[in-house]
Design a protein around this ligand. Structure first.
Ligand code: GLV
Ligand code: MN
Ligand code: MN
Length: 416
């Protein structure tokens, strides 16, 4: 394969996909089931077919491109990542894993013809949790672990119910096949690192050993709206003041616990959000991550206790809703060794590393042998329009993926 062509194709496809949901400020916003998301999936479907793959959707909105084996009973090797983005995100997060899979499958089909096992690339419908208080909607539907109980209640920040948005996009109505999969033999996700380790160490490939555990909560404080000029400080039930006290105390507790624990308050909503009214409602999100499940649990309990103590102190009501709890998870050791061998054979500098970011691979890993492979992120910047990976690094990742998919799809008689 001509490496210069692969570099150019990878770069062009990243730009092509980034046009769907392009923000005027240079970022990309493709939230689940919005028009930019629908257009991106439809464009990806056309692209997959133009590149010689058979395509289909499942009823959650995941899109698959397939090279079928001649043996209909053969299982499936799955690669891919998520098509949704955070608000004003970058061009590579998620998108690169889909594009890499597409380029790899086209090359394998054109070069080797039908594989021993089906090989599919998936454009997963949602991973980020950016529109609804819901994450990993694509991969949890595939593994049969999607939450069902509170789906009817959840809404986006404009009040649009999740189910209405899904149905309007054409999904959740039984028009497509069930997302649940029993035929997957391995899942391989290629992704940008979203950190600066590979670039600083001038290493091209990161082979992930473990993905951190993660909890996400929403904390809602309720007090009493009142006049900003006539209500003495000591008589107020100021929801935002209480929320601020909670946030500062949680951040101090996180500092005390130290690395590798990380805690983030990324979103605050205040009501009535008027300059001369004491807020009666303040809600904030809390994202907590740690590679050890027991530390994650203990810190989460500490944070919740801080919230209740501050609420009592300020005469407020507080409601805590945990909407994500994923455990730390190890990647498959045998796949990891195969990738090491591939990097050595291709002369690519590599290292083993953990992932602090969440990935669909952590959902898949509980069900199928799974691997997560990183390429460098320039200056470690991600969830930001400035996200960037060079075409040389993109192509190196695709080459590793091609070789791994070849071994899994065409070569090995059995898969452990
Ligand atoms: C997903 O990108 C996350 O780690 O928040
Ligand atoms: Mn992301
Ligand atoms: Mn991602």
């Amino acid at each position: 394969m001509n490496i210069a062509d692969l570099q150019q194709q990878a770069e062009e496809m990243v730009e092509w996909l980034a046009a769907y949901g392009a923000d005027p400020e240079g970022g990309v916003t493709r939230l689940l089931y919005t028009s930019s998301w629908i257009e991106a999936q439809q464009a990806m479907d056309r692209k997959m077919r133009a590149m010689g793959l058979d395509t289909y959707y499942d009823d959650a909105g995941n899109l698959f491109g397939r090279i079928a084996s001649e043996d209909p009973e053969a299982g499936t090797i799955l690669t891919g990542s998520h098509v949704d983005t955070v608000k004003c995100g970058g061009k590579y997060d998620g998108a690169f894993g889909i594009i890499a899979g597409l380029l790899a499958l086209r090359y394998l089909k054109e070069t080797y013809g039908p594989p021993k096992r089906n090989i599919e690339v998936v454009s997963l419908c949602e991973e980020e949790g950016s529109r609804f208080p819901l994450t990993f909607w694509g991969s949890t539907n595939i593994t049969g672990t999607a939450p069902t109980d509170h789906i009817a209640q959840i809404r986006d920040s404009e009040g649009i119910p999740f189910v209405e948005a899904m149905n309007k996009a054409g999904f959740g109505l039984g028009h497509y096949r069930s997302p649940l999969r029993k035929d997957i033999l391995s899942f391989i996700e290629l992704h940008i690192e979203q950190g600066a380790i590979l670039e600083r160490e001038q290493t091209t490939i990161g082979i992930v050993e473990q993905i951190v555990g993660q909890k996400r909560l929403t904390i809602e404080c309720s007090g009493e709206a009142n006049h900003a000029g006539t209500t003495p400080m000591g008589w107020r039930k100021d929801a935002l003041r209480g929320a601020s006290q909670m946030i500062v105390a949680i951040m101090e507790a996180a500092d005390r616990r130290g690395a590798p624990l990380v805690a983030t308050v990324g979103k605050i909503e205040v009501e009535p959000n008027v300059s001369n009214v004491i807020p009666d409602k303040a809600a904030f999100t809390l994202d907590i991550r740690h590679p050890q499940g027991d530390v994650l649990d203990a810190f989460c309990e500490e944070a919740v206790a801080i919230c209740f103590a501050a609420a009592q102190d300020r005469g407020l009501q507080v409601k805590v809703n945990q909407h994500l709890d994923v455990r730390p998870v190890g990647m498959d050791a045998s796949l990891l060794r195969s990738i090491e061998t591939i990097c050595q054979a291709q002369g690519l500098p590599y290292r083993l590393m953990p992932s602090g970011a969440g990935h669909d691979a952590q959902i898949m890993a509980a069900h199928y042998p799974t691997s997560l492979i990183f390429v460098p992120s320039h200056r470690g910047i991600s969830h930001n329009p400035a996200e960037y990976t060079s075409k040389e690094d993109l192509a190196a990742g695709v080459q590793v993926l091609i070789r791994l998919l070849y071994e899994l799809g065409y070569e090995k008689e059995t898969i452990s």
